[in-house]
Design a protein around this ligand. Structure first.
Ligand code: TRP
Length: 452
C-alpha cells in the first residue's frame, strides 16, 4: 500500500501531544503517587527519573524508529523489516497486550466518570461522608460500574473512529494542554495549604536508606509502563509521523513532559495528603478516597475537586486512544475506509473482555484466578509479563535485526546534534537494555530475588 493513502499527524506538535497523551495516564497520576507513597517517596522518584532516562528514552527511540522507518502499524512494520520471519509476533503480542490493558484500564476510566458525575452534583463535598465507604459502594455496584466503563469506552471509540487527524490529534491537542494547566492549578492550591512542607519533603527528599531491590525494580517497571512502551503502541503512533521530523528531539520532548507531569502529580498530591493528616501509603484507593476527603476540607474544595477529576479524565482517555488505536490500525492497515466499523467492533470487544475485571470489584470478588481477582490477574499479566517481554523483544529486534545504517539515518534525521549520541544509544539498546529488562522480569515473576 502506498504511503499517500495513510493519514499523518498534521504537525510535530500534534504528534508530541498525542504521544505524551498516551504516556501520561493512570501510570503517572494514579499508580505513581501510590507506588511512591508505599515505596519510599523521594527515593522512588529519583530512581524513576534515572530509569526513565536510562531505559525509557532509549526504548522509546526503538519504537519510534520501527514505526517511522516503515510507516506501518505494528504487525506490518515487523513484517516489512524482517520478512519471512516470526518477528511479526512481537507486533501481534503488542496488539493483544493493548487490547487486554484497555479492558481493565477502562474500569478505572469508568470510576473517574462516576466520581466526576458525583462531584458535579455536589455529592462529594459533604464533610460527613465516609469516602472509603463511598469508594467501595461505587466500584461494587455492577450496573453503575459497567455502565460507566461502557461510556468511557464509547467516548474512546467516537474519537478513534474519526481518524488520526480529526479524532486523536484534535482531541489530544486540547486535552493535553488542559490537563497540564489544571495540574498547575491543583498544585498551587495544594502547595499553599498550611503543613504542605512535610509532603514536599516526603516526595522530593531521597532517603537512600529506603532504596531496596524491590523499590529499584518497581521504579524500573514504572518507567516503561508510564511511557507506553513494550506493546508497539508508540511505534504505531510514530508511523503517522512526517519523515522530516526529528525522532530524537520528539522523544526528548515526550520524556520531559512525562517527567514533568510526574513531578506535578507528586507536588499536587502529597502536600495535600500530609497537610490534612492522611497516610501517603494508602495504596490504589489514594486518589479516590483521600483526595475527595482532602478537597472537602479546604476552601473552594468542590471546584478544585472538579478540576482534578477533569484532569484525571483527560489523562486517562488520551492513553485509552492509543490503546484502541493500535488494534484499529492493525485491523485497517489494508482498508483504511473500514476505520469506523473496526473501532466499534474493537471497542465493544474490549468491553466484553473487561466485564469480569469490572465485576471483580463487586459480585465476582471471590472468583480468583491464580489467587488473584480478574482485574489483578489481567494487570499482572500485562504489566509484569507481556510488557517486559515485549520490551525485551523490541530492543533485540532493533539491535540485532534492523540494519545499522537504517537506524542511524532515522536517528539523526532532522537534528544537528543527534549523530553524537547514536553510538551510545546503539550500545545501550544492544547490551544494557536486554540485561536490565531480563533482570526486572525474573524478579517480578519471582525467579530471582535480591536480598540486601
Ligand atoms: N502510559 C499509560 C499510563 O501510564 C498506559 C498506556 C497506554 C500503555 N498505552 C500503553 C502502557 C501501551 C503500555 C503500552 O497510564
Amino acid at each position: 500500500m502506498s504511503q499517500s493513502n495513510r493519514e499523518q499527524w498534521t504537525s510535530r506538535f500534534g504528534f508530541i501531544m498525542a504521544a505524551a497523551g498516551s504516556a501520561v495516564g493512570l501510570g503517572a497520576i494514579w499508580k505513581f503517587p501510590y507506588v511512591a507513597g508505599t515505596s519510599g517517596g523521594g527515593a522512588f522518584f529519583l530512581l524513576f527519573i534515572i530509569f526513565t532516562l536510562l531505559i525509557g528514552l532509549p526504548l522509546l527511540l526503538c519504537e519510534f524508529v520501527i514505526g517511522r522507518s516503515t510507516g506501518k502499524e505494528a504487525v506490518s512494520a515487523y513484517k516489512e523489516l524482517a520478512p519471512k520471519t516470526k518477528w511479526h509476533w512481537v507486533g501481534i503480542m503488542g496488539v493483544v497486550t493493548c487490547f487486554l490493558l484497555f479492558s481493565f484500564y477502562s474500569v478505572v476510566g469508568g470510576w473517574i466518570l462516576i466520581y466526576f458525575g458525583k462531584a458535579l452534583t455536589g455529592a462529594l463535598s459533604n464533610p460527613a461522608i465516609s469516602y472509603e465507604g463511598l469508594f467501595a459502594e461505587t466500584i461494587s455496584d455492577p450496573f453503575i460500574a459497567l455502565g460507566a466503563q461502557l461510556l468511557f469506552i464509547v467516548i474512546t471509540i467516537l474519537v478513534v473512529s474519526r481518524g488520526v487527524q480529526n479524532g486523536i490529534e484534535k482531541a489530544n491537542k486540547y486535552m493535553f494542554p488542559a490537563l497540564f494547566i489544571l495540574f498547575l492549578v491543583i498544585m498551587v492550591r495544594s502547595l499553599t495549604l498550611p503543613g504542605a512542607w512535610e509532603g514536599i519533603v516526603f516526595f522530593l527528599k531521597p532517603d537512600i536508606s529506603r532504596i531496596d531491590s524491590s523499590t529499584i525494580l518497581a521504579a524500573m517497571g514504572q518507567s516503561f509502563f508510564a511511557l507506553s512502551l513494550g506493546a508497539s503502541a508508540m511505534a504505531t503512533y510514530t508511523s503517522y509521523l512526517d519523515k522530516n521530523v526529528s525522532l530524537t528531539r520528539s522523544a526528548v520532548s515526550v520524556v520531559s513532559l512525562n517527567l514533568m507531569i510526574s513531578l506535578l502529580a507528586g507536588l499536587a498530591i502529597f502536600p495535600a495528603v500530609f497537610a490534612l493528616g492522611f497516610s501517603p501509603a494508602q495504596g490504589p484507593g489514594l486518589l479516590f478516597q483521600v483526595l475527595p476527603a482532602v478537597f472537602s476540607q479546604i476552601p473552594l474544595g468542590g471546584f478544585f475537586l472538579i478540576c482534578f477529576l477533569a484532569l484525571f479524565f483527560f489523562a486517562t482517555i488520551t492513553s485509552a486512544f492509543s490503546l484502541l488505536e493500535i488494534t484499529v490500525a492493525s485491523l485497517t492497515q489494508k482498508k483504511p475506509e473500514k476505520r469506523r466499523k473496526a473501532s466499534w467492533y474493537a471497542g465493544l470487544g474490549v468491553f466484553l473482555l473487561g466485564i469480569p475485571s469490572c465485576l471483580s470489584y463487586g459480585v465476582w470478588s471471590d472468583v480468583l484466578i491464580f489467587d488473584k481477582s480478574f482485574f489483578d490477574a489481567a494487570d499482572y499479566l500485562v504489566s509484569n509479563l507481556l510488557l517486559p517481554v515485549g520490551a525485551l523483544f523490541i530492543s533485540l529486534f532493533v539491535s540485532f535485526k534492523m540494519k545499522r545504517e537504517l537506524l542511524q539515518s532515522e536517528f539523526v534525521r532532522g537534528s544537528k546534534i543527534a549523530s553524537r549520541f547514536f553510538g551510545i544509544w546503539y550500545a545501550v539498546v544492544r547490551y544494557v537494555l536486554p540485561l536490565l529488562i531480563v533482570l526486572v522480569f525474573l524478579n517480578v515473576i519471582g525467579i530471582v530475588r535480591f536480598t540486601q
